[in-house]
Design a protein around this ligand. Structure first.
Ligand SMILES: [Zn+2]
Length: 188
């Protein structure tokens, strides 16, 4: 049990009891979560039933799910590799095939050498074969087409996509599930 302690994490919900974010899923190391609970900054929703941390005088539950007391409004999505792959649902935007992240790369739709910017509107997920095919050419020169016009996703759009992409088995504690899959099931 001791060996597992370090790997325990706490799911963080917004005040509306939805995960603070799905992409990536909002989790804290349990130590941070416990401190926030003890300082009364967050609400403990569920705890790991099988472990406790002990000091010389006390024993504390380890929170498995906590909720913020105030609703945190979410603004924009950080422009990161992961978010870009997620926006494109890990699909090459030219052939439309889905790939694991390690097999995907990026394409500047308007090549950098022609003044193309590195932003949401000009970068798409791309497989290596299509990346080579396109090279430094424009779409027209390469005779290629985008599956979808690149866009800047909102936090909600990205969350919706993240929910459709299955989590790695074993990554989710069963106390988290109440907060994760209800919506997804309703949508299906
Ligand atoms: Zn491709």
């Amino acid at each position: 049990m001791r060996a597992n302690l370090d790997s325990l994490r706490t799911l963080v919900l917004n005040a509306d009891m939805q995960p603070l974010s799905w992409a990536p899923l909002s989790v804290w190391p349990w130590q941070n979560a416990l401190v926030a609970v003890l300082q009364d900054r967050v609400i403990q929703v569920k705890a790991y039933s099988d472990v406790k941390v002990r000091t010389s005088s006390d024993a504390y539950e380890i929170p498995s799910v906590i909720a913020l007391k105030g609703y945190r409004k979410r603004a924009t999505v950080a422009f990161t590799r992961y978010h870009l792959f997620l926006r494109d649902e890990f699909r090459c935007q030219y052939c439309g095939e889905q790939f694991p992240a390690r097999k995907l790369t990026f394409d500047h739709v308007v090549p950098r050498s022609r003044g193309g910017k590195s932003n949401w509107l000009n970068i798409v997920s791309c497989c290596s074969a299509d990346n080579i095919r396109k090279g430094n050419k424009t779409l027209k020169q390469a005779g290629m087409q985008l599956r979808r016009k690149p866009f800047e996703p909102s936090p909600f759009e990205l969350d919706a996509i993240a929910r459709r992409i299955p989590f790695i088995h074993g990554e989710l504690h069963n106390t988290w599930l109440d907060f994760l899959y209800w919506d997804a099931e309703l949508e299906n």
